[in-house]
Design a protein around this ligand. Structure first.
Ligand SMILES: Cc1cc2nc3c(=O)[nH]c(=O)nc-3n(C[C@H](O)[C@H](O)[C@H](O)COP(=O)(O)OP(=O)(O)OC[C@H]3O[C@@H](n4cnc5c(N)ncnc54)[C@H](O)[C@@H]3O)c2cc1C
Length: 379
């Protein structure tokens, strides 16, 4: 079988890149070992916050801002194409200080944000509580990022998959064993039940990217970092916007559910919701809004962030010709999906990227061939 582009993995990144490539007229085949979107992309909280997640100014912050700027149009586009609602909400993000230490950190950041002319508002405790009346009375102050947003990633991942399929991308169930590399160029993929020749390959296998032979990445370029989430049901919504504390966050959904997250755990691929993980996320939520104590816990889960060593994504071309990356998105893969799709599709098509991809190239993570990478392979 032959295709123009083979995409490994149908998480949000793989499906979004496939959507853009299919729209450009390419024949795209996406290989997914299980259910499209069912891993990290469905486990995320859906926070879209450059202000809290990319504190230092620089290329990563600019990438996050560029992706947020595209989000509303991206969400509306996939809603139209899929017929689904993805719960994109631009209600802003609050980062609240509940103790003196965090208040000091926020005050320092507020100064830098104001110097840089970035759109953050500095609130005292009373002002923060006027925005969110359920906030703890311990709130000493807050940063408010009014232009930030959230989305329901489970709905979004499903909608993008449907949109990509309707644009012509073909989705095949099957685990990719290796990327076929011959003469220094990627030539296709070998999966459980066959081989697909391709002019280009996009690796979008999330936390599992280094388990695909021939990945061409340095050792340690992507590792799993487990995150746990508990969902509370407050019926009538108790909170209206994303609220960060010092060690976690709460994310409201329109139907009154509140996601409480998360943990950052180096436990390999052990998928589990643990007593300590639950205690952590529920402690964070109750510190932020004590009245959540009465809410029912209705769901819990865990999954794996595809973490890169510097927490920034791996995008575009690397050391192997015709092999492209859309992986390593760490804590911000939902936020970065629109810009990833556009930038990686541009790289594959040989078009000008919407942002300079050099800071996100795999080569920044170290030269040389990583462990697990297949040598040239002519079978
Ligand atoms: C608890 C938690 C909370 C998070 N919260 C946020 C948030 O609020 N905001 C935000 O922006 N980001 C958040 N993230 C991060 C975000 O979820 C990820 O960065 C993003 O989903 C990565 O997308 P992906 O498509 O690369 O990975 P995935 O969604 O994991 O997709 C990878 C896909 O590849 C498939 N695959 C793997 N190996 C193979 C193979 N060999 N062959 C075929 N298919 C394969 C998998 O089955 C999977 O479907 C959170 C993550 C977690 C775990």
């Amino acid at each position: 079988m032959k295709t123009d582009v083979a995409v490994v993995g149908a998480g949000l990144q793989g499906s979004a890149v496939a959507l853009r490539l299919a729209q450009s007229g390419k024949q795209v085949t996406v290989l997914e070992r299980s259910v499209p979107g069912a891993e990290a992309s469905s486990a995320a909280a859906g926070i879209l916050s450059p202000g809290v997640e990319a504190v230092e100014r620089g290329p990563f912050h600019a990438l996050c801002v560029a992706s947020l700027a595209r989000y509303e149009a991206f969400a509306r586009e996939v809603e139209r194409a899929s017929g689904m609602w993805v719960e994109f909400r631009r209600d802003g993000t609050l980062e609240v200080a509940l103790d003196d230490r965090h208040a000091k950190v926020l005050a320092g950041r507020a100064e830098r944000l104001q110097e840089a002319g970035l759109g953050a508002e500095v609130l005292d405790g009373a002002q923060a509580r006027r925005l969110e009346p359920a906030l703890s009375r311990a709130a000493r102050g807050a940063l408010f990022f009014p232009d930030e947003a959230s989305v329901d990633p489970r709905l979004l991942a499903r909608a993008v998959h449907i949109a990509a399929a309707r644009a012509g991308a073909r989705f095949i169930t099957g685990r990719v064993r290796r990327i076929v590399v011959d003469g220094g160029r990627a030539r296709g993929v070998e999966h459980e039940s066959g081989r697909i020749d391709a002019d280009a390959v996009v690796l979008a296998a999330g936390a599992w990217s280094l388990l695909v032979q021939g990945h061409g990445l340095p050792a340690g370029a992507v590792r799993p970092v487990r995150g746990q989430i508990a969902v509370l049901d407050t019926h009538a919504p108790l909170l209206h916007r994303v609220v960060f504390g010092a060690s976690g966050y709460v994310v409201p959904r329109a139907d009154g559910r509140i996601l409480c997250g998360s943990t950052m755990e180096e436990v390999g691929f052990e998928k589990a919701v643990t007593a300590a993980g639950l205690r952590h996320v529920l402690d964070v939520a109750l510190e932020i809004a004590p009245s959540l104590a009465a809410a029912a816990v209705v769901e819990t889960w865990s999954n794996f962030r595809p973490a890169s060593p510097d927490g920034e994504p791996i995008l575009g071309a690397g050391a192997v010709a015709n092999l492209y990356y859309a992986t390593g998105h760490s804590r911000n893969g939902i936020l970065l999906a629109p810009i990833t799709a556009e930038a990686v599709a541009a790289a594959v098509l040989g078009a000008a990227p919407p942002v300079d991809l050099a800071p996100f190239s795999a080569t920044r993570l170290g030269a040389g061939r990583g462990r697990g990478e297949a040598p040239d392979d002519r079978t």
